[in-house]
Design a protein around this ligand. Structure first.
Ligand SMILES: CC(C)(COP(=O)(O)OP(=O)(O)OC[C@H]1O[C@@H](n2cnc3c(N)ncnc32)[C@H](O)[C@@H]1OP(=O)(O)O)[C@@H](O)C(=O)NCCC(=O)NCCS
Length: 193
């Protein structure tokens, strides 16, 4: 099924594809090591490395299978990219995909990740034949855990010591949201009270 939606708009945000002109904003939010505390990787060494990393997103859009996509989160008022939200590992057979989010440390606790995730989850369940969206959150990432819970996800289990970061094995918490559960969430625009 081809949907071909390039933008998702919310009250404050625009979710759209990355373009190379986003480089300065991309460097700004990804050069803070706090951003990577619970993510693989670390800040890049120089602008060239950021450019290559951004190019991977920009050039990769045509190769990915819908609904897989890395969306830039743009704060409309400032016309600034303040994070990413992505759909990965779409499994057509089992009707599931993975969601991942990240917001610039300078813009935390402003409801940006929640607003972006609500819009994306509504888009996914409305436009694709998906039964399940899953999120994998590293041990200790209390912000991400609380966000998943606020979005209606359930903590279903834990993969013990499944990631190695800075010499330490960390657990991965598995979160899932089913279509049937989403139907009853107030942020689902088709929700009927
Ligand atoms: C997780 C993350 C995306 C949250 O982004 P955010 O825009 O600050 O989150 P929001 O402001 O939309 O918060 C939504 C809800 O998440 C929870 N939350 C967010 N930050 C929190 C924190 N520091 N502590 C506890 N709960 C938090 C709250 O429930 C919040 O709702 P509330 O404000 O009504 O209490 C952000 O912390 C981040 O980008 N971290 C670095 C990258 C990362 O770890 N990504 C996740 C990989 S799994």
């Amino acid at each position: 099924m081809k949907i071909k939606i390039d933008n998702i708009e919310t009250e404050r945000l625009l979710l759209r594809k990355y373009v190379m002109d986003d480089l300065d904003d991309y460097v700004e939010y990804r050069s803070n090591s706090k951003y990577y505390e619970f993510l693989p990787g670390e800040p890049k060494k120089n602008n060239d490395e950021y450019k290559k990393s951004l190019e991977k997103f920009v050039k990769g859009y045509n190769k990915r299978k819908e609904p897989e996509m890395t969306w830039a989160i743009v704060l409309k008022q400032e016309n600034k990219v303040v994070g990413s939200i992505s759909v990965e590992k779409f499994n057509e057979q089992h009707k599931l995909c993975e969601i991942g989010w990240g917001v610039s440390v300078n813009y935390h606790r402003k409801g940006i990740a929640y607003e972006a995730a609500v819009a994306l989850i509504n888009h996914l369940f409305t436009n694709y034949d998906l039964n399940r969206i899953q999120a994998f959150i590293w041990q200790g990432n209390k912000a991400s855990e609380a966000l998943a819970i606020k979005l209606g996800f359930t903590h279903e289990g834990t993969n013990r010591q499944a990631r190695l970061k800075n010499g330490k094995f960390l657990d991965i918490l598995n979160f899932g949201l089913l279509r049937n559960e989403w139907k009853n969430l107030k942020y689902n625009k088709h929700y009927i009270s």
